[in-house]
Write a new protein. Structure first.
Length: 263
């Protein structure tokens, strides 16, 4: 090892896989062998990330059982090192990883619940924002609205699943509202949102989901409205816009009227 960067790189690699002989020679043997010392860090790394996954996906863990979850988490950690410094940021690909496991081929609803829990995690830890209010639009001319690009709040997370993921999550959550549970199957479409420190959600139909997804992609209000109408079901643009303002789901206007219209 010739410099600190090489030493740090080698040490990081040793946490994920077998250490290089050159690294072992740099570790002082003071009653504990070099490999055993590295094993302490390796185990701490693995256990910490597995516990982070268990904290983020508690209902998923209940669905598959603690033993299977521990095995799946260990496998995920072994191939997916963190890319961000905070533990709550770890687990973005866990739902997709679960979907790839042959053991869950008959339980396709499990990855959907995991995606829902990750959505809750994203919403809860999202950046604060000042919600748009009706007054922010007061000075706009009526013909300017079509070209607006409305930015959704950082905590506004769109979720869709072919399975009743919310009902399943509610049935296994300590915070379940039993009276609101729906276990009759069918797709699940939601807008997840953090308001102050509380997490909430609103069920969407296919048209409103298409509308919000278009806004998320940076489409103009006119283009998002067209996306909703392509679902061939009733869609009230004025009512949808009012709901977004009332619940604080809008965070900004990326294309004010003076910068141009729809494209």
């Amino acid at each position: 090892m010739h410099n600190l960067l090489e030493l740090q790189t080698a040490f990081a690699g040793a946490v994920l896989r077998a250490p290089e002989p050159a690294l072992l020679r740099t570790i002082v043997d003071d009653g504990i062998a070099a490999e055993a010392r590295l094993a302490i860090y390796r185990n701490h790394y693995r256990i910490t990330l597995e516990e982070a996954l268990a904290a983020t996906f508690p209902v998923t863990r209940q669905l598959v059982g603690s033993a299977f979850f521990a095995t799946a988490a260990e496998r995920f950690v072994s191939v997916t090192p963190p890319t961000a410094p905070c533990l709550f940021e770890y687990g973005a690909g866990f739902a997709a990883f679960l979907a790839s496991l042959p053991e869950l081929a008959s339980y396709r609803f499990v990855p959907g619940v995991a995606r829902l829990e990750w959505g809750f995690n994203l919403a809860y830890h999202s950046a604060d924002h000042r919600p748009l209010a009706a007054a922010d639009f007061a000075a706009l001319a009526a013909d300017a609205y079509a070209g607006l690009r409305l930015r959704l709040a950082p905590s506004a997370i769109l979720f869709a699943s072919r399975h009743p993921a919310l009902a399943i999550w509610q049935a296994h959550s300590e915070a379940a509202d039993v009276g609101a549970m729906r276990m009759d199957g069918g797709p699940c479409r939601l807008l997840l949102l953090r308001q102050d420190e509380a997490l909430g959600w609103r069920e969407l139909d296919a048209a409103e989901l298409a509308f919000l997804a278009a806004l998320r992609r940076g489409r103009t209000l006119e283009q998002a409205h067209a996306a909703a109408l392509r679902c061939e079901m009733p869609f009230d643009l004025t009512a949808a816009f009012g709901r977004l303002l009332a619940e604080g789901s809008l965070a900004g206007i990326d294309s004010p009227a003076e910068t141009g219209g729809s494209q």
